[in-house]
Design a protein around this ligand. Structure first.
Ligand code: WT7
Length: 654
């Protein structure tokens, strides 16, 4: 039988039990953990917080729900996140343990130990203070996948300066917006970034877009590529120079459990990104517990690799805080999955004997396309557990992952969560849960989810509805930075302040398993990256030839969803290939390359309601080739016929 047929045959197998060999050694293998947590979730989480973390002052209480939805956890506890990630491991004699096997694009290797991080974080924390950064000041971080990004994050945590990391794939213009909204006082960036053998100058773009930002007093530049880089006197400093000049000792300052740890901007329904705010004690409890038990992490023997970017929440929680708090050894890869060759991931797994891989379905689908013969060339026998995150994983991709990468030996944990939830919420426990390909299975202990109907919010036992989380959990967002009203409106207005509205549609099956379907708002999920359609629209209309644009997320074989833009040009402008490129370049400049539309449909007019609202629902129908939904509220029903003709024309050309 060929691989294709074997996977077809596996599609018939609907359930996968945890392998006996795995279950025997798993940290958790007794399902009673669910009942234990459900009996008193608050007490259970408080016990986790005390067991998994080092507190300067242990909290005397768990949840404070006196002012919903502004919940607090472990309020009178005091701790420092960087001390939990570093000092306690060094003090326990594990300073020489590798925290990151870093691998650069050109094959460079750096093993960074816990002692190395501890040394650099103390110095950088002092260096930031020398630059005038104080507790409560926001520090922006715009760096590629290099160990310095971890140093910068933990140095901020050490002195109580919330960090605001912006993914390196965002354009400098997006960085500016995020720095402006968060009133960042300092920014840590890099001379240039490497991407597939090329070097992109970063600092000049930062200067161009952020040079006049009033709040920004300091720009710290990491010399990574060594390219020439302009420096402004009195504002710009080199990372290595201020590190060398700083005092080597910086005792970790205990923070209140509710002290802000970071802000991370993510897309919402409007063009303005939301500043998701996470605090210290609850967040750290959530990521440490889930990282340990979802990945069954044994810090002495595992080599763990989360192949995300630190610029997204997956990186914050499962490259930095969770793994370091647990004393894990991780792999950190600077580059892309196809440079210097399409087998680089598998080469790294063989090289570092990785035991756990956590990746996105979009990457898995790409590997499927490249062919099973590529991973077959490498020794992947060290792997014992596989994870998936970012979007629903289709059963075929799940089975390929299971068979080709996991050799049918490794449980797969499909983890559902969000920037807002801070930590994994719905997931298998690998030593306990029987998995079903495509389902994230059931909530983590101490988490309660529900599928409810759209209008009344009544629980639906079996079938599709809106996904909600029923009670506060420690790592939940504490708000949107400086936007309390929007926070309440977005998550806690539809069903009240005691129920968190996720923004995803989901279905629950007869076994109580959750199947997440996708977003219900105007948010597209491209390769596991969340993008607001409104944000892309406003970038497109910035192009001088564009009169109006409507953007939707369209199903895509490779990236889950892809950006599809319906564009109306200004009078007298004719569609052309140059215009397509011009529009894509505009989006790359304003948001980032990853947000560029894959498909542009020229539309003379867009479907609008009588009040002028664009009906994206109809555009989604038309792009997916579905029968049109209700068109009776359209101002001009002819618009749809014209668009349908356009799409038919487009297909003829293919
Ligand atoms: C949205 C959150 C979680 C970190 C990366 C994305 C979708 C995420 C899954 C999954 C189905 C998933 C949801 C969610 N999503 N994981 N395992 N199965 N859907 O974080 O950018 O905040 O996006 O990603 O739609 O709401 P994010």
């Amino acid at each position: 039988m060929g691989l294709e047929q074997e996977i077809e045959a596996l599609l018939e197998v609907e359930r996968f039990e945890p392998p006996q060999a795995f279950r025997e050694k798993a940290l958790w293998s007794d399902p009673s953990i669910y009942e234990e947590a459900a009996a008193d979730p608050e007490a259970w989480w408080t016990a986790q917080a005390k067991e998994l973390l080092d507190w300067e002052t242990e909290p005397s209480q768990g949840l404070d729900d006196s002012n919903p939805p502004f919940y607090k956890w472990f309020e009178d506890g005091r701790l420092n996140a960087s001390a939990n990630c570093l000092d306690r491991h060094v003090e326990a004699g594990n300073g020489e343990r590798v925290a990151y096997h870093w691998r650069g694009e050109e094959g460079e290797e750096r093993d960074v130990t816990y002692a190395d991080l501890h040394r650099d974080v103390q110095r950088f924390a002092n260096a930031l203070r020398d630059q005038g950064v104080e507790k409560g000041d926001v520090v922006g971080i715009y760096l590629p996948m290099i160990p310095e990004v971890v140093v910068a994050m933990l140095a901020c945590a050490r002195i109580g300066a919330p960090h605001n990391v912006v993914f390196g794939g965002f354009s400098a213009e997006s960085v500016r917006e995020r720095m402006e909204f968060s009133e960042a006082k300092a920014l840590v960036t890099v001379d240039g970034a490497r991407r597939k053998g090329k070097t992109a100058p970063i600092k000049p773009a930062v200067d161009e877009h952020l040079g006049d930002l009033g709040s920004l007093e300091t720009i710290v530049v990491v010399r990574h590529t060594g390219i020439d880089c302009p420096m402004t006197d009195g504002r710009d400093v080199f990372y290595d120079e201020i590190l060398a000049a700083a005092d080597p000792e910086c005792p970790a300052e205990p923070m209140e459990a509710e002290h802000p740890l970071f802000i991370l901007y993510t897309s919402g329904s409007t063009a303005k990104p939301k500043g998701i705010l996470h605090t210290t004690g609850g967040y750290l409890t959530g990521v440490t517990a889930t990282h340990r038990y979802v990945f069954d992490l044994k810090p002495e023997s595992d080599v763990y690799w989360c192949a995300a970017d630190v610029g997204w929440v997956t990186g914050h929680s499962y490259i930095v805080y969770g793994p370091l708090a647990n004393g894990a050894t991780s792999v950190m890869w600077e580059g892309a999955p196809d440079y210097p060759h399409q087998g680089i991931w598998w080469e790294l797994i063989e090289r570092y004997k990785a035991t756990i891989l956590y990746a996105a379905p979009t990457a898995i689908r790409t590997f499927i396309k490249w062919g099973a013969e590529i991973p077959a060339k490498f020794d992947l026998s060290s792997l014992r557990l596989l994870g998936s995150v970012g979007e629903p994983i289709n059963p075929k991709a799940w089975l390929w992952y299971h068979k080709v990468i996991g050799a049918e030996r490794c449980p797969i944990v499909d983890t559902w969560w969000q920037t807002e939830t801070g930590a994994i919420m719905i997931t298998p426990l690998p030593g306990i849960t029987t998995t079903k390909p495509g389902s994230a299975t059931t909530p983590f202990p101490g988490v309660e989810a529900e599928v409810v109907d759209e209008s009344e919010g009544e629980p639906i036992d079996e079938g599709q509805g809106l996904l909600v989380l029923e009670r506060p959990w420690p790592s939940m967002l504490r708000g949107l930075f400086k936007e309390d009203e929007r926070f309440v409106e977005t998550y806690f207005s539809r069903f009240g302040s005691e129920r968190y509205l996720v923004g995803d549609a989901a279905r629950r099956d007869g076994d109580g398993y959750y199947w997440v379907i996708g977003r219900i708002d105007d948010v597209a999920n491209v390769s596991g990256h969340r993008l607001s359609t409104a944000e892309v629209e406003s970038a497109i209309v910035a192009h001088p030839a564009v009169a109006e644009a409507a953007v939707i997320g369209q199903s895509d074989e490779d990236t889950g969803q892809a950006i599809c833009a319906f564009v109306t040009l200004r009078g007298g402008t004719e569609p052309s290939d140059e215009l397509v490129e011009g529009i894509r370049a505009e989006v790359a400049k304003r948001i980032g390359k990853f947000a560029r539309p894959k498909r542009i449909v020229w539309a003379d007019d867009l479907p609008k309601t009588r009040s002028g609202k664009i009906m994206r629902r109809l555009l989604r129908d038309i792009a997916e080739g579905r029968a049109l939904g209700d068109v009776t509220t359209l101002r001009d029903p002819d618009v749809m016929a014209e668009l349908e003709a356009k799409i038919a024309e487009e297909q003829d050309e293919d």
